[in-house]
Design a binder for this molecule. Structure first.
Ligand code: PLP
Length: 494
């Protein structure tokens, strides 16, 4: 036996490892053929958001938000949901889970004169609350970030605040080998603060940087950004939807963190923050939920002592009593369990590795994707994809690609590029294009298996090989609208 055990490599060395979980229950998909999908695609004006999910016979990568397959422990906890209107049981359990996960200081007693933990039904409601109370304090403000998410940026601008993205230069450099392309450009941050500190209420860092290719942010960058912000008297906030995945990258790729647990790394990340907004629909592993948390006694609370009460009023007007804040007791219970699962090493190893393997399979198939891979999605580089073809920026090749992938193969991906982040100026009849042009394959947590993802790679490869035949799109509705990718309709030009 001893000899044999020495000869066997053992599970840790296998190239393909078993998942650390098994399917507890499964859902069968609808049965629809290419013809039915193509007809439906035309009916919904090539906008994949309107395509009925039941007709998705492949993988649905539209979002990793709220699409998590819950664990059996979460389903069990859901049944323990306490739907009391005030101070439900789960509220206190969630407070303990948040303190345990992110470190102390972000959740006072609910009866405290200075509430600092605000629950909302999802992330953007928390963002809307924060930016609308800030916006009410005066015009001309600026909020810089390493990359605002689309709805975050929209919420900031809806409140007449300017959203500024300070992407790292590595993100745009295809030859960069940086492992942390999600970093904020600290030189540009310093310059902006030197020029306009009085207009900046808060500096934001999104972990991981969803708009910036889902790339992680290093601990050194979070720390440096907080020092730069603090030196100018400004607080640093984290948009922390994917905090655990970001911590995993720090553990694997940043010097000095290999021996630290995910929870230790998370707590250190948040020790540099004065507050955070979060959508629990990602690394809360729950299908609903969001929050805004302010450090008790921190720079933000000190600078804006009136804000906690303004936020509480908003919660009461728009969400519900602050002790449930737009979340059902059931959702709160699944979140309590989700926060315990999300920092488990074996969960994160499997989760992020699945995304990396998916991305690597795309690379191996010769498909141009952003590397290194982030923790929740693989991003197709649309400009490189269409290199050498007649596709022009204003033809929105990313939109054509997503429509064809779904109609022909049943997989739904999402354009996050020239159309989603661009804008149309009706006066000059010109399009303004953003810095990045991606199609995102966001991988839902705990949902798909390797065979599913392999079949996507094969499909994308086939489309890539025929890329010169992909027709351009015309926008037939909504090109001038804000948040246009959610609403627009298209048709193929030929
Ligand atoms: C980085 C980031 N911030 C904020 C949000 C908004 O969260 P929610 O969808 O819960 O409103 C998202 C959602 O995808 C996100 O990725």
């Amino acid at each position: 036996m001893d000899n044999l055990m020495q000869a066997l490599k053992g599970e840790a060395n296998l190239a393909v490892k078993p998942r650390p979980y098994f399917n507890h229950s499964v859902s069968f998909k609808g049965v629809h053929d290419r013809k039915a999908r193509t007809e439906m695609m035309e009916k919904v004006g090539l906008n994949v958001f309107f395509f009925p999910a039941d007709m998705i016979t492949g993988c649905d990568f539209l979002s990793d938000s709220g699409t998590t397959t819950m664990t059996d422990e979460q389903w069990a906890a859901l049944h323990m949901g306490d739907e009391s209107y005030g101070s439900n049981k789960g509220y206190f359990m969630l407070r303990d889970a948040v303190n345990d996960t992110f470190g102390q200081g972000f959740w006072n007693e609910p009866t405290a004169n200075r509430p600092n933990a605000f629950l909302f039904h999802q992330g953007r409601a928390a963002e809307d609350a924060l930016f609308s109370v800030l916006g009410a304090l005066g015009e001309g403000q600026i909020i810089p970030s390493n990359g605002h998410f689309d709805t975050t940026e929209a919420n900031i601008e809806a409140n007449k605040i300017e959203a500024v993205n300070l992407f790292s230069s590595e993100l745009k450099d295809p030859n960069s080998t940086s492992k942390f392309k999600g970093n904020i450009d600290t030189n540009r941050l310093k310059t902006l603060l030197a020029e306009s500190a009085d207009k900046i209420p808060v500096v934001y860092i999104t972990i991981t940087n969803n708009t910036g290719g889902g790339q992680p942010v290093s601990m050194a960058n979070i720390k440096e950004a907080s020092e730069i912000a603090n030196a100018a008297g400004k607080p640093l906030f984290l948009d922390s939807c994917r905090f655990a995945e970001n911590a995993w990258f720090i553990q694997k790729n940043e010097e000095g963190y290999a021996q630290k647990s995910i929870k230790e790394i998370v707590r250190e990340m948040f020790s540099y923050a004065d507050g955070f907004t979060i959508s629990f629909k990602k690394d809360g592993l729950s299908n609903m939920g969001g929050g805004l948390f302010l450090r008790d006694g921190g720079k933000f609370m000190q600078s804006y002592p009136q804000i906690p009460d303004m936020l509480t009023n908003l919660q009461i007007l728009q969400e519900g009593h602050p002790t449930y804040g737009g979340m059902s007791g059931r959702d709160i219970m699944t979140l309590v369990v989700g926060l315990k699962t999300i920092t488990r090493q074996e969960y994160l190893d499997a989760r992020v590795q699945q995304v990396i393997d998916f991305g690597q399979a795309m690379v191996d198939a010769g498909i141009p994707v952003l590397t290194p891979f982030g923790g929740h999605a693989v991003y197709l580089d649309v400009n490189r994809f269409f290199e050498g073809t007649n596709m022009q920026p204003g033809d929105f090749g990313g939109i054509s690609f997503t429509a064809i992938l779904l109609a022909a193969y049943g997989h739904r991906a999402c354009e996050l590029g020239y159309f989603a982040f661009g804008s149309y100026n009706g006066e000059t009849n010109e399009e303004k294009f953003p810095e990045v042009n991606f199609v995102r394959f966001a991988v839902p947590r705990l949902r798909y298996e390797k065979t599913d993802l392999d079949s996507v790679v094969e499909a994308v490869k086939e489309i890539y090989e025929n890329r010169d035949k992909i027709p351009p799109t015309d926008v037939i509705y909504g090109k001038e609208l804000p948040l246009r990718h959610f609403k627009a309709r298209f048709e193929f030009k030929n």
